[in-house]
Each structure stands twice: as structure tokens, then as C-alpha cells.
Design a protein around this ligand. Structure first.
Ligand code: B12
Length: 216
């Protein structure tokens, strides 16, 4: 077995929905000490290409489902390699995450959650299709410093707007939780329009943002 493997090869295998090859390349890249975050970023880019192929009718829904399943397995291989930080970095703050109502995309959210945990944040993940009421109820119990909302479907943006508004009402008398929104098609313009505090472009951005907010 050859020991070489590149991120480009992995991206290609994923776009071709070749699960065995994508898993093999991922294992090899990890053995070659490739940064886990770089592997996840290559996968994210490949999934964006798959999304484009779906949008132009080159792939059907089955392709999206397969891509999701492969990505989920690759993320399970890679996330244990996200280096946990030194014990003194633990307890950086609490982050509540979830995918908004009507949306079941969770791969990006799960990766962001794993990365935040590895960097010393206490993460509570509410899962997918989370209603405004559930977000607010769990905020009361968990008392997060930050809430991260994931939204991939544009048709669910009204739910995103409602969730941001609901959380802002909940925090009326405090500056916590800080609210940020994320997802492949989210922009800073949308953040401003909906009144969220921050927009996280990627999981790596998310960690940096949370550090900036909580570790001043
Ligand atoms: C895989 C996939 C699926 C899988 C999802 C599996 C899963 N477990 O998540 C399945 C098959 C379920 C699916 C279903 C559908 N999908 Co889909 N899907 C995708 C695809 C190809 C990849 C998404 C993904 O996981 N990317 C990889 C991750 C790692 O990237 P990411 O989500 O952007 O996350 C990163 C950042 O955004 C950020 N982040 C994201 N979330 C969060 C959350 C927090 C808290 C934080 C901190 C950070 C963070 O960090 C991540 C890592 O850097 C996208 C294409 C795309 N461009 O994204 C389409 C896409 C999102 N889907 C789309 C569509 C249309 C659908 C369906 C409606 C199809 C249908 N006809 O049924 C359904 C909707 C189901 C529903 N109700 O939600 C469209 C949406 C178009 C639009 N304008 O809204 C897209 C854009 C494809 C396209 N180009 O048409 N899909």
C-alpha cells in the first residue's frame, strides 16, 4: 500500500462519492500527520461542490444522502485527532449549539462542536430541527455564554430570524448569551439583518470567535 495521500485526492474521492477510497485516504492523511482541520476543510469544500452538482441536476437527492453519510464517517475518523488543549485551557465557557427548526443538516455543527470541546469549551448540542421554544428553555437551564445557530436551508431563514429574536428577548437584561449564526450560505449581511451578534464562517473561525468573546 502506498503511503502517499493528498487533500486533493481526498476531495476528489468525496466528490465522486467513493466512500472506500475517501476513508482510506483519510486514514492515510492522518497517519501522515496532516492537520485534522485541513482534512475537514478539504471535505467541506468537496461537499460544497457536491451541493453545486445537486443544484444543477448532475446529482440527485441520493447523492446528497450518500455525501452526508460518507462525511459523517470521515468526521468520526478525524475529530478524535483534534488535539485537546492543555488542562488549564479547559472551562473556557459554555456554548449551546443547534440547527434551527425545519433544518436537519448537522455535519458542520457537529464538527464545530467537536472543535470547541477540544479547545476547552463546555458544549451542549441540542441536535437538529430545534424550535425557538426549545432553544430558550435550554438557555434557561444551561446558561450558555454563547449560542451558535446552524442554518443551511434558505427556506428556513424565517425560523433563524425568529430564533435570534427569541433569544434576544430572553437575554433582555444581560449581554449573555452572545448569539452567532453559521452555515454554508450565511453572510455577514444576513447577520446584520437578523440582529445576531456574530457570523462564524467556519468551525475554525468559530473557535477563534469564542476565544475572542470569552477570553478577553
Ligand atoms: C450533505 C447535504 C445534505 C444531507 C445532510 C446530512 C447531514 N447529516 O447534515 C441531507 C441528504 C440530509 C440533505 C438534505 C437536504 N438538502 Co442538503 N446539502 C448537503 C450539502 C451537500 C453539504 C452540507 C454539509 O454538510 N457541508 C459540510 C459542512 C462541514 O459544512 P457547513 O455545513 O457549511 O459547516 C461549516 C460552517 O458553515 C460552520 N458551521 C455550520 N454549522 C455550524 C453550527 C455552529 C454552531 C457553528 C459554530 C459552526 C457551524 O462550520 C462548519 C465547518 O467549518 C449541502 C451543500 C453545501 N453547499 O453546503 C446541501 C444543501 C445545503 N442542501 C440543500 C437542499 C435543497 C436539501 C434538501 C431540501 C433536499 C431535498 N430535496 O430534500 C434537504 C433538506 C432536508 C432538511 N429539512 O434539512 C441545498 C440548500 C439550498 C438552499 N438554498 O437552501 C444545498 C445548499 C445544496 C444545493 N446547492 O442545492 N442535504
Amino acid at each position: 500500500m502506498t503511503t502517499t495521500a493528498t487533500l486533493e485526492e481526498l476531495g476528489l474521492a468525496l466528490v465522486e462519492l467513493d466512500d472506500a477510497r475517501a476513508e482510506d485516504l483519510t486514514r492515510r492523511l492522518l497517519a501522515l500527520k496532516t492537520e485534522p482541520v485541513d482534512i475537514l476543510t478539504a471535505c467541506e469544500q468537496a461537499l460544497a461542490s457536491i451541493g453545486e452538482k445537486y443544484a444543477v441536476g448532475e446529482y440527485y437527492i441520493a447523492g446528497l444522502i450518500m455525501a452526508g453519510e460518507i462525511m459523517s464517517r470521515l468526521a468520526a475518523l478525524v475529530t478524535p485527532h483534534l488535539a485537546p488543549e492543555a488542562p488549564e485551557a479547559q472551562g473556557r465557557g459554555r456554548v449551546l449549539i443547534g440547527t434551527i427548526e425545519g433544518d436537519i443538516h448537522d455535519l458542520g455543527k457537529n464538527i464545530a462542536g467537536a472543535l470547541l470541546s477540544a479547545h476547552g469549551f463546555e458544549v451542549l448540542d441540542l441536535g437538529v430541527d430545534v424550535s425557538v421554544a426549545d432553544f430558550v428553555r435550554e438557555c434557561r437551564k444551561f446558561k450558555p455564554d454563547i449560542v451558535g445557530l446552524s442554518a443551511l436551508l434558505t427556506m428556513c431563514y424565517p425560523a433563524l430570524q425568529k430564533t435570534v429574536a427569541g433569544l434576544k428577548t430572553f437575554r433582555r437584561d444581560r449581554d449573555r448569551p452572545v448569539i452567532f449564526i453559521s452555515g454554508a450560505q450565511i453572510t455577514d449581511e444576513l447577520r446584520k439583518k437578523y440582529g445576531a451578534d456574530y457570523y462564524a464562517r467556519s468551525a475554525v473561525d468559530t473557535v477563534q470567535l469564542c476565544r475572542k468573546i470569552l477570553c478577553r
